[in-house]
Design a protein around this ligand. Structure first.
Ligand code: NAP
Length: 243
């Protein structure tokens, strides 16, 4: 898909990987819908400075109705919804024996159900357009598992199931659906980890550095631009997990 003049909606995109993805799509000429729980004005201004239009829509994507309003706001403003990046996500880490039920439920509700909610509403518009690219943020731990992340790993493995099934169901109408599995990327989500955990993770990365949000954003643009790739998972992890 030529992204110039198209509409890209990115969830959880006021910062981190989502914001880098929003900027990368704006640099390709797409109009941007930033979604988050809070959206600073500067985020919208920074996107607009790239020469495209941008709106911010505050919505909790884990809520079915709020996800519907988010997609509607994008369509009302720009007329189409061409790219959706399901990026919003949280961690609530802890070992299985200590993990609280709420920590399991919250992670599944936001990471997995939130992805369903947005795809459910956006795909209706894409089906009518007969065009669309859906990109879901999974994680390498959805492939490999990770000690202390049973809830998060389950949610990200579930995102892969959503991705492959949506790719099969929507493909005949020209809609692609792919997943990115980032490894250890430098954002607020990983800044909270202890130095010891960070050092251990770095030791397992053949390319020897932490990834940047921009590394992941390049993969999102690649998937959106290529109309003949669907149902795929691409790791962006410096070689951390090899399949
Ligand atoms: P981040 O810096 O924490 O940003 C995530 C954003 O999503 C935050 O602004 C957050 O808002 C927002 N959000 C959370 N719940 C939401 C909801 N219900 N509705 C709307 N927005 C919501 O995280 P990140 O590191 O950029 O991660 C982005 C995605 O990549 C996530 O899906 C994550 O699981 C995945 N990922 C990240 C890494 C990594 O190493 N960073 C690795 C693998 C996968 P609040 O600040 O208010 O919570």
């Amino acid at each position: 898909m030529d992204l110039k003049g198209k509409t890209a909606l990115i969830t959880g995109s006021s910062r981190g990987i989502g914001f880098a993805i929003a900027k990368a799509f704006a640099e390709k000429g797409a109009n941007i819908v930033i979604n988050d729980i809070k959206i600073p004005d500067e985020a919208i201004e920074e996107i607009k400075a790239l020469g495209v239009d941008c709106i911010g829509v505050v919505a909790d994507i884990s809520d079915f109705e709020q996800a519907e309003s988010l997609v509607k706001a994008a369509k009302d403003k720009f007329g189409t919804v061409d790219v959706v990046v399901n990026n919003a996500g949280i961690t609530r880490d802890g070992l299985l024996l200590r993990m609280k039920e709420k920590d399991f439920d919250d992670v599944i509700r936001i990471n997995l159900k939130g992805t369903f909610n947005v795809i459910k509403h956006a795909s209706k518009i894409m089906l009518k357009q007969r065009r669309g690219a859906i990109i879901n943020l999974s994680s390498v731990v959805g492939l490999s598992g990770n000690i202390g992340q049973l809830n998060y790993s389950a949610s990200k493995a579930g995102v892969l199931g959503i991705t492959k099934t949506a790719a099969r169901e929507l493909g005949s109408r020209g809609i692609t659906c792919n997943a990115i599995a980032p490894g250890f990327i430098k954002t607020a989500m990983t800044d909270v980890l202890s130095d010891e955990v960070k050092a251990n993770m770095l030791a397992g990365i053949p390319l020897g550095r932490q990834g940047l949000p921009e590394d992941v954003a390049k993969v999102a643009v690649f998937f959106a631009e290529n109309d003949y790739i669907t149902g795929q998972v691409l790791n962006c992890d410096g070689g951390m997990v090899m399949q």
